[in-house]
Design a protein around this ligand. Sequence first.
Ligand code: ADP
Ligand code: MG
Length: 247
Amino acid sequence: MRGRSAPLPAQPVPEAPDPDVVIRLDSVGRVFDSVPPVHALREVDLTVRRGEHLSVVGPSGSGKSTLLNVLGLLDRPTSGAYWLDGVLTGGLGDLERTALRGSRIGFVFQSFHLLPYRTVDENVMLAEVYRAKGSEGGRRTRRDRAREALDRVGLGHRFGFLPARLSGGERQRVAIARALLGEPALLLCDEPTGNLDSENTESVLGLFDTLQAQGMTLLVITHDDAVSTRASRRVRIRDGRLSQEDG
Ligand code: ADP
Ligand code: MG
């Protein structure tokens, strides 16, 4: 409690990380030193709060993939600062970045990248083969957690199926279950409905709504207005510059 007569602090106190902020970019730039150099991101400021569903829209070549790669710790900015879940990423080495990525981020791509001769549950479990995190998760086995992840995306009844027997929307939901296995704070999605018709797109968007209602943070890159209008907030990117959308 602050007494009425408490004096205001004479100088700014160093900012503590806000637990509600998952992504913070402060004047982030990415220059590719090709000849001539390409400024793929320019002074990008962005804050994404926990539980937000943000869409990023922009034409081809505007910097969307570069932004996703920076956010996913697959690439480093050439200027500015990036905090992921309160961690300032600039000073981290490759191993620390890999560990942070594995514990905080799930990736979803346009292509589902499912192995055709593995069942859906095996595909989900394979997430951990590529993750530094190993076998965290207490007493539950990997298979138990794969089942939970499939239940969470509404595909518990597809356990043991091969991907070929599923619709496109179901396959993308398997890929989302795989991304959820490590209990990430954030899903980074690059054109997640780019290979889907409108009905299957709807099933993925419905799942995004459910995940958001459960507290997941989503950042979705898309060309599709039907997809971006379902986000809780939209930003545009053009020539590497981000702008907030009104309304
Ligand atoms: P988008 O995903 O929106 O289509 P990108 O992020 O892939 O756009 O690319 C943004 C700009 O950066 C483009 O002009 C592209 O040609 C350029 N670019 C992307 N990657 C590289 C690279 N490795 N070297 C040089 N230029 C690149
Ligand atoms: Mg791209």
